[in-house]
Write a protein that binds this ligand. Structure first.
Ligand SMILES: *Cc1c(COP(=O)(O)O)cnc(C)c1O
Length: 475
């Protein structure tokens, strides 16, 4: 007991900590309150440890470096409180538009526009000509319409919101006719039947899983029908004995029966991707030309912009969508609008798209360039993992991701890491190796398959940054 009392006397006083040179930089940076609160917390922890110990276990307190080390501990804890858990990573998964890794990276033009919008008052909803309230959508509508050939457009928080809003506006308490083969689930929370229920619509499935015909839709139409809907089967493909109804046929049927036809494109590309040697995906313009009344698509999938949901189509329907009170809850802010507009403007110069949009640059990256990356990283990674894993370069296939073209794969090169371990311990070694790479300052996220760790090098741009952190890989 006596020794504890003595040790307690040695606890540093909070004032002494706050006045010490060791913490002055952190006080300047984060303010006195944060450092003081953390200092008090750590002193209290130390006091508790002293009281709980027999005697000698708090030898640290009388060590010569104690004060400096204690300040260092406080300093690190304060720093940690302010550091974000949202950090950049290397996406070497081979899925370019990876939803869990934040989808598209934005071009410099969009970032600049976001900063300007964020740091200034803007005419977001203010008409500079009349001096009266303006329309938030006006800034984007014209550009989107020019790009897609649509009569009108509006933008919400994401495509899930776009689908929800369209359903709720046009088919509240009514039936929505959709093919059984298109009741998609996109990553957990977005499932068409659930979205229908949330929008207070009644799902009316027609056809079968593999085959749906025009007559199935036609026979299902009744007085209670709110709209006909087609949903892009983004992340799967039904093969074999199949039939689905073309957009053009559905829009004709919808027009005859005076019901709106809505197409949820999911990814929605603005340009024909074949010009970049990528697989064909119907563009928003194609779908409008085929007669869809409204189309919904994402801003951060194949468009390569910020998270947003874009709704385009007939002016009268867009007006109804805009006047739904839910629109207010789902609308985008000025920062997203600025980014989206900057990205859409890049599309006005279609030839250079693949050099100006980072997402498209990755998708269309020439194999020769990926091979150069492989050559540059193979040696250093092999050297770092000597004795722990064998490293080789292998052919692999990248995916577009985010539900775009699930079956179309692009040729790429990967570093293939095979752990060297005793029999029965390879799985553990593999997990440790992947965790090691994920624990680096800029985490490296790869793909584990067949007992090996693959780093698809398609999206690796900053080779130096990648190599410089290798020494920090845990052993
Ligand atoms: C991705 C996708 C959605 C959801 O879009 P978010 O932008 O992720 O909200 C909806 N429908 C389809 C067909 C999709 O592919």
């Amino acid at each position: 007991m006596n020794s504890s009392v003595n040790l307690l006397k040695n606890l540093p006083a909070i004032d002494k900590l706050l006045q010490s040179k060791n913490l002055s930089a952190q006080i300047d940076k984060f303010g006195q309150k944060s450092v003081k609160d953390e200092g008090r917390r750590q002193i209290a922890d130390l006091r508790e440890a002293i009281l709980a110990s027999d005697d000698g276990s708090i030898a640290w307190l009388s060590a010569p470096d104690f004060f400096d080390e204690f300040c260092g501990k406080i300093s690190a804890a304060v720093q940690a409180q302010y550091s974000s858990s949202l950090i950049p990573v290397f996406n070497l998964t081979g899925t370019v538009i990876h939803t869990n890794l934040g989808r598209a990276s934005l071009p410099a033009e969009a970032v600049e526009a976001m900063v300007t919008a964020a740091t200034n008052a803007t005419n977001l909803e203010y008409d500079l000509h009349t001096g009266k309230r303006g329309d938030r959508d006006s800034h984007l509508e014209q550009a989107i319409c020019e790009m897609t050939g649509a009569q009108a457009a509006t933008v919400v928080n994401n495509n899930a919101a776009a689908v929800l809003l369209v359903l709720n506006t046009l088919a509240l308490h009514k039936e929505v006719i959709i093919s059984r083969g298109e009741l998609v689930e996109i990553g957990g929370a977005f499932r068409i039947p659930d979205v229908m229920a949330s929008a207070s619509c009644k799902l009316r499935e027609v056809g079968t899983t593999n085959r749906t015909h025009l007559k199935d839709y036609a026979q299902a139409i009744n007085d209670d029908t709110g709209l006909l809907m087609k949903v892009h089967t983004s992340n799967y493909e039904i093969r074999g004995f199949t039939n689905s109804v073309a957009e053009s046929d559905l829009s004709e049927l919808a027009r005859e029966r005076d019901i709106p036809f809505v197409s949820d494109l999911g990814s929605g590309s603005l340009v024909d991707l074949r010009q970049f040697n990528l697989p064909h995906e119907p563009t928003v313009k194609d779908t409008i030309d085929m007669g869809a009344d409204l189309i919904t698509f994402s801003g951060d999938k194949l468009l390569g912009g910020p998270q947003a949901g874009i709704i385009v189509g007939r002016r009268d329907l867009i007006e109804r969508v805009k006047s739904n009170p839910l629109k207010r809850a789902l609308r985008v802010d000025k920062i997203t609008m600025a980014a989206l507009l900057a990205v859409i403007n890049i599309y006005k110069d279609p030839q250079r798209l693949d050099s100006r949009l980072p997402m498209l640059a990755d998708l269309a990256r020439p194999l020769a360039e990926i091979e150069e990356v492989a050559t540059a990283v193979l040696g250093p990674v092999a050297e770092r993992l000597k004795g722990r894993a064998t490293v080789s370069v292998q052919d692999c296939k990248s995916q577009i991701g985010s539900g775009a073209l699930p079956l179309d794969l692009m040729s790429s090169r990967a570093l293939c890491l095979t752990p060297i371990a005793e029999k029965g311990k390879t799985d553990e070694a593999l997990q440790r190796l992947s965790l090691g790479f994920r624990s680096l300052p800029k985490p490296v996220v790869g793909r584990v398959s067949d007992g090996q760790l693959f780093f698809d090098l398609r999206c690796l741009r900053n080779i130096d940054e990648f190599l410089q952190q290798l020494p920090q890989l845990a052993d």
